[in-house]
Design a protein around this ligand. Structure first.
Ligand SMILES: C[S@@+](CC[C@H](N)C(=O)[O-])C[C@H]1O[C@@H](n2cnc3c(N)ncnc32)[C@H](O)[C@@H]1O
Length: 232
């Protein structure tokens, strides 16, 4: 990974899948409004904080973690505050990254797609995908989960959060911006099955009731890449 993404090619070239281009355009348009809405959200979500705390203990104090699909960096900052070594926050959206850098000048944020990480294999102790897989079509999830598995060291942990449901929710013209995007909702069990198929071992499958600002149950899965001696 280069020190600055200014030298990196624009990820939205001709080979970029349409869903990636659409996701990036959506979050570029809404970044400031999204950041304002969610900036302090974690303080009102004690169970989510408990999951981050448990994840931190599993990874180990000082463990190397990446926040993939970091948006404005609020979770990245929270992970750092818990004592993890946050190697980077990564996102498609340059507008999200501008906010993340502005609000967290001590942390490193890079542009890129988590489907194709510019990170060496086995270089991380933890990967967090907090509501960032929700724009990836289901047939692309195996590729995404193999990429998470590749960059984790044996014994490393993955935390993935997402909304539970069976149908996507379409967000049209949020805050008056002329963009539209589908937010996938999924059942935790099939997502876990895909993660197991990618090589992960389940550690926790947490479902919590919707908070007042949510319309559906929320899933948080923690999985572990088997230690070398556990791998066949
Ligand atoms: C709902 S937001 C969540 C942001 C952040 N994790 C949070 O909790 O505030 C989804 C984020 O994932 C990012 N994202 C979606 N697909 C991505 C991909 N393939 N690679 C990198 N970022 C992605 C979007 O750009 C967006 O910033």
């Amino acid at each position: 990974m280069t020190d600055t993404d200014a030298t990196r090619p624009d990820p939205a070239d001709d080979a970029t899948p349409g869903f990636v281009t659409a996701t990036r355009a959506f979050y570029d348009a809404i970044a400031e409004d999204y950041a304002d809405l969610f900036r302090t959200e974690i303080t009102g979500k004690p169970l989510d904080r408990a999951v981050f705390a448990g994840f931190t203990e599993l990874v180990g104090h000082g463990g190397r973690v990446a926040d993939l699909g970091c948006g404005p960096g609020r979770v990245t900052a929270h992970l750092a505050s818990l004592g993890l070594e946050v190697v980077l926050g990564l996102d498609l959206s340059e507008s999200m990254l501008a906010i993340a850098r502005r609000e967290n000048p001590g942390l490193r944020f890079e542009r890129g797609s988590m489907l194709d990480l510019d990170l060496p294999g086995e270089s991380l102790d933890g990967v967090v995908s907090w509501y960032s897989s929700i724009h990836t079509p289901v047939d692309e999830l195996p590729r995404l989960f193999r990429e998470f598995h590749r960059v984790l060291a044996p014994g490393g942990h993955l935390l993935i959060g997402f909304q539970i449901g069976d149908e996507p929710r379409r967000h049209e013209n949020p805050w008056g911006h002329e963009v539209t995007l589908d937010f996938q909702r999924r059942r935790p069990e099939p997502v876990q099955e895909l993660l197991v198929a990618a090589g992960f071992t389940p550690v926790a499958r947490i479902v919590r009731a919707p908070a007042p600002n949510e319309s559906t149950e929320q899933a948080m899965l923690i999985l572990r890449k088997p230690a070398r001696e556990e791998q066949s």
